[in-house]
Design a protein around this ligand. Structure first.
Ligand SMILES: Nc1ncnc2c1ncn2[C@@H]1O[C@H](COP(=O)(O)OP(=O)(O)OP(=O)(O)O)[C@@H](O)[C@H]1O
Ligand SMILES: [Mg+2]
Length: 333
């Protein structure tokens, strides 16, 4: 059942802003395979939009259509106010694209890659040098700038890739899986870079496999499944769409566990882990009533943890072929 919810921006900006990207009924098939089966998008300027979906869902296909690399079979899309089919040149002039697979040329140096981009954007030689130097500095690539890009680590290549995307000063950037293959530190650095771009007013369209990344960065998230947008909203709104919040009580003493289990008949039991799960929305009021209830029942748990549904739960609930019983995960501590 598709669902869609409204949201206001993460930065508390509720003014209606013009769309940087909009699409209506976008369709694309490869042979018999319907990859996009009627996609609608509305991405306000200056916001971060994350497209999530399992492998093969059509994320890269959507990015390619919106960035004019391929044409849709049907529907309409506008990027930066220009129709992608009617005026691809104008779209290209306004956007930057970092593909899932790197555009970096390994045979030349990082600096030469940047200067090549400056040439493609028709910057003058001196302007090209200035922009390249500035971006190499910003992406912490000054030391590596004179070395062949083939000698760069995966994270350095990713940074160079995004730096190259920014040479033309795009107002809208498409980042197809910007942090895939990066270590946690590089991933956090990349998030910082993306946030900086957004604070400069750039609109970011990103695809990702990492739900945490969408949670961290995106004002709005859409989950693509089976050719359609299965759900769209802010991270919080998506989390509210699915059940799964609970309080978990853990016991070390099997006798204490058994007596608690018989006192709390509503709780789901996990006899092996000696833990009980009580459904809860995680609000203070509910927690207080659970604690009161435990006191009354004279239950003394060794550990009490609150689990709110995260985007992983949303992802599994919306993209699963079958309904998988909710598996409580270890809560981060
Ligand atoms: N040029 C092509 N010819 C035929 N089929 C294609 C082509 N490009 C993509 N597909 C198919 O379209 C579907 C969607 O591919 P796409 O690359 O958009 O998925 P994705 O969501 O980006 O996946 P991933 O998470 O693996 O990057 C896949 O089934 C893919 O095999
Ligand atoms: Mg892809």
């Amino acid at each position: 059942m598709p669902s869609s919810v409204m949201s206001t921006s993460k930065r508390g900006d509720s003014r209606p802003s013009s769309a940087a990207v909009s699409a209506v009924a976008l369709r694309k098939s490869y042979g018999d395979k319907k990859v996009l089966d009627g996609i609608d998008l509305h991405i306000p300027a200056g916001s971060v939009f994350a497209l999530l979906g399992p492998n093969g869902a059509g994320k890269t296909t959507a990015v390619k259509i919106l960035s004019t690399l391929i044409r849709a079979d049907g529907g309409q899309a506008q990027v930066a106010g220009h129709d992608v089919a009617a005026d691809p040149q104008a779209v290209r002039a306004a956007i930057g694209v970092t593909g899932q697979f790197s555009a970096v040329d390994g045979l030349i140096t990082g600096e030469e890659n940047m200067l090549l981009m400056a040439d493609l954007h028709h910057l003058s030689r001196s302007e090209g040098r200035r922009v390249a130097a500035e971006l190499l500095e910003r992406f912490d690539l000054v030391e590596a700038a004179k070395k062949p890009a083939s000698t760069y680590s995966g994270g350095m290549k990713r940074r160079l890739d995004i730096a190259m995307t920014l040479v033309g000063g795009p107002r809208i950037i498409f980042l197809d899986e910007p942090t895939t293959g990066l270590d946690p530190r590089s991933r956090h650095n990349m998030w910082g870079i993306i946030r900086e771009l957004v604070s400069d007013g750039v609109t970011v369209f990103l695809t990702t496999q990492y739900l945490e990344e969408a949670d961290e960065l995106a004002d709005r998230i859409a989950v693509l499944n089976d050719g359609k947008i299965a759900a769209e909203g802010s991270a919080d709104e998506l989390k509210r769409l699915i059940p799964g919040g609970h309080v978990r009580l853990r016991f070390t003493d099997p006798a204490a566990y058994r007596s608690a289990a018989s006192a709390l008949r509503e709780a789901a039991r996990d006899d092996e882990a000696l833990s009980l799960q009580i459904p809860s929305d995680g609000t203070q009021r509910e927690l207080r009533s659970i604690l009161d209830w435990l006191d009354t029942a004279n239950v003394e748990a060794d550990e009490l943890t609150v689990h709110t549904p995260d985007l992983d739960d949303v992802f599994f609930a919306l993209t699963g072929e079958t309904t998988v019983p909710h598996q409580p995960k270890e809560d981060a501590r």
